[in-house]
Design a protein around this ligand. Structure first.
Ligand code: PHE
Length: 457
């Protein structure tokens, strides 16, 4: 089998890849986005659809994206161009790399703002005045924070600065070290938090809400939202997995390495749900209140628990670190491209890429205060960018990955790269790429577009 080598170095082991991929997957997506998406979409039905989406669509797509990266061993754009040449495909497939990279940078521009909220909450957990157990006080404190443009911009800048610092040090130096130790500690804290929340909050109602039948009508936009959540949390469709796959040692099997990531990620999402909803129901917080949900609910718990200030500070700090692992994965593809194709040094590439994201992020930070009146389509600038990236661009990119690995890439190339032979597991994966993933995505996409167009969603 012919082997290309990556120009950016390689993971030192399979474990390093699993940790980095888990580090990229676990972040705000499972702890911040999952609870508020569940709340906005009314609970049980959304959770069930999300689980199905992860298993039947997300998992095979993840395998595909890592596989493409490992075969190409370049940045996503070059990888796609190269692979399509080898498979005698259309050279235009390079555009899939461009779509992924652009989507990733757009996501990062608001991801960084929300990570800034997390950092600010770490400080606030340590020092903010008491809320007296009142949800209204928590909401007012959060609204005051959101209204403060300078603070939002400051924390956004601080977070992106940290991202730039780590990414500038490269794969072996920065990336690996940053993610290896934070994950286990965060998981532990989350478990403690679940225990507290379940015993002190309204656990019965939360369980019914998360896993019971929900009153929501199941339609195309709900399914689309579940896909969006699955892609977002699994880091699919932005070239991140492709870039990480490119650094994968040749003796590592892609499917088993990705399964670990999927399972951990689903677990963390469900744990986050089990933390937030008992608290929300206990304190009368509306589960559907949107992106502020976690930031409103958690401070109430930290205030009431013994040692809560220390615990809260630690939790938000670790969450910010988890977000850092994700943010790194969001910039790495663009940085790898700028180095390989534009001939920049790593430092300059990081500066250019992160600088661009910083500027877009400022407008997102301002969309909660100075630009709050600028509202169209789905809401403010943040709402629009969030919707555009997760419910339009990520599914498009996922569709491209499925079509390329199922139809353009020939059987021998993908089975060779996946090293799972040509048995039934390979056949299942290939059927996913050729048939059910593209068909389900297309059908949902078309139906959802019609619903959005007619104003029903
Ligand atoms: N999966 C990350 C999260 O859940 C977000 C992310 C998306 C990271 C795409 C990298 C690439 O927070």
């Amino acid at each position: 089998m012919r082997q290309r080598r990556s120009n950016q170095g390689q993971w030192s082991s399979r474990l390093a890849f699993v940790l980095a991929a888990t580090g990229s997957a676990i972040g705000l997506g499972s702890i911040w986005r999952f609870p508020f998406a569940v709340g906005e979409h009314g609970g049980g039905a959304f959770v069930a659809l999300y689980l199905v989406a992860v298993l039947l669509v997300g998992f095979p797509l993840m395998i595909a994206e890592v596989m493409l990266g490992r075969r190409g061993r370049r940045n996503p754009i070059t990888t796609m161009t190269l692979l399509s040449e080898e498979e005698a495909g259309h050279p235009g497939w390079g555009a899939l790399g461009v779509l992924g990279i652009a989507t990733g940078l757009l996501i990062l521009s608001y991801y960084s703002v929300i990570s800034g909220w997390t950092l600010a909450h770490a400080v606030q957990a340590a020092s903010a005045p008491e809320l007296g157990g009142s949800a209204a006080a928590a909401r007012a404190a959060f609204a005051a924070f959101q209204g403060d443009a300078l603070q939002l911009v400051f924390w956004h800048t601080a977070f992106l600065g940290a991202v730039a610092f780590v990414v500038a040090r490269g794969v072996e130096g920065g990336l690996e070290r940053a993610v290896t130790f934070t994950m286990p500690v965060l998981l532990l804290l989350l478990l403690v938090l679940v225990g507290w929340s379940v015993t002190h909050g309204d656990a019965g109602r939360a369980l019914g809400y998360l896993f019971g039948a929900s009153a929501t009508q199941v339609d195309a936009s709900l399914v689309m939202a579940a896909f969006a959540q699955a892609f977002f949390t699994l880091s699919i469709g932005v070239g991140a997995l492709m870039a990480y796959g490119a650094y994968l040692p040749a003796d590592t099997r892609v499917p088993s390495a990705t399964l670990t990531v999927v399972v951990t990620n689903v677990l963390v999402s469900l744990l986050a749900g089990l933390t937030i909803f008992p608290l929300a129901f206990r304190h009368g917080i509306d589960p559907g209140e949107g992106p502020g949900l976690v930031f409103n609910a958690l401070p109430l718990a930290f205030e009431a628990m013994p040692g809560g200030r220390v615990f809260g500070t630690l939790f938000f700090l670790l969450l910010a670190l988890a977000a850092l692992g994700s943010a790194i994965a969001l910039v790495e593809p663009a940085v790898a491209w700028a180095i390989e194709r534009r001939g920049l040094t790593r430092q300059r590439a990081v500066l250019a890429v992160v600088g661009t994201v910083w500027v877009i992020g400022i407008s997102i930070a301002l969309s909660f205060n100075a630009l709050a009146e600028v509202r169209f389509w789905r809401g403010n600038l943040f709402d629009n960018l969030e919707f555009l990236t997760s419910e339009v661009l990520l599914p498009l990119s996922a569709l491209g990955i499925a079509l390329f690995s199922g139809w353009v890439m020939c059987r021998s190339s993908s089975s060779e790269e996946l090293e799972i032979g040509v048995g039934s597991r390979y056949a299942l994966w290939r059927a996913a790429m050729r048939w059910w993933v593209p068909l389900v995505l297309l059908a949902t996409g078309i139906a959802a577009t019609i619903a959005w167009g007619t104003g029903q969603a």
